[in-house]
Ligand binder design. Sequence first.
Ligand code: SAM
Length: 245
Amino acid sequence: MQFYIMTLFPDMVMDGLNTSIIGRAVNKGLLSIEAVNIRDYAFNKHNSVDDYPYGGGAGMLMQAEPVYQCYKALAEKIENRPRVVYLSPQGKTFNQTMAEEFAKEEELVFLCGHYEGIDERVLEEIVTDYVSIGDYVLTGGELPAMIMVDAVSRLVPGVLHNDVSAEFESFQDNLLEYPQYSRPEIWHDKQVPPVLLSGHHVNIEKWRREQSVIRTAENRPDLLEKAELSEKEKELCEKILANQR
Ligand code: SAM
């Protein structure tokens, strides 16, 4: 899978993504990540890419032309019209379902805004998706782009050591993941739940499922609406929710 990130701060993006699991996947050729500097497409002698917003108001705005030229140079390298994701607090909130959908693409282009954002006219011409990472305002789209590249990359086959580890995780089936434990069996007087040491896979799965349901009811009851639950699980959730009221 190929990621292209249009940004004014390519080093920030590349430094952040070139480590650990994502960095190894790039070295193995499973992913390619290219940060493209929008400033290289500045059209004035000062290399500036921002200007005052018409109508007044605080801050500067990224101009349309450098962003458009940067996009055009990228689009020439990509066979089909790429999906262009503009990182914006005004977009749909990013979630695991969106990450799964993005992971089906062969190429993804991320456009990072800075200052007060980007001239609307170029957004209208090139952007296919407006995506936010949450209801707060950051200084730039670089961190959101890195978050999305990370979340999408780990769904690309081969990126995780064990492909199964991306399957049974939080938000799968609209439930949070169950608690996990590793060695030693006792730490700070806390014992690993005995069922996990029993070797009995059916019981382990039953315990994990129940823990997932409990965790979701306690921490993210909003997810339960879409989760498929048995009657017994629904009763368990109702009890937990009643205790929280
Ligand atoms: N003036 C804009 C507004 O009120 O909607 C906010 C601009 S913000 C200071 C600068 C850039 O940061 C945006 O263009 C966007 O690329 C990025 N950004 C800020 N918050 C974000 C968020 N929650 N999710 C995704 N991108 C964000």
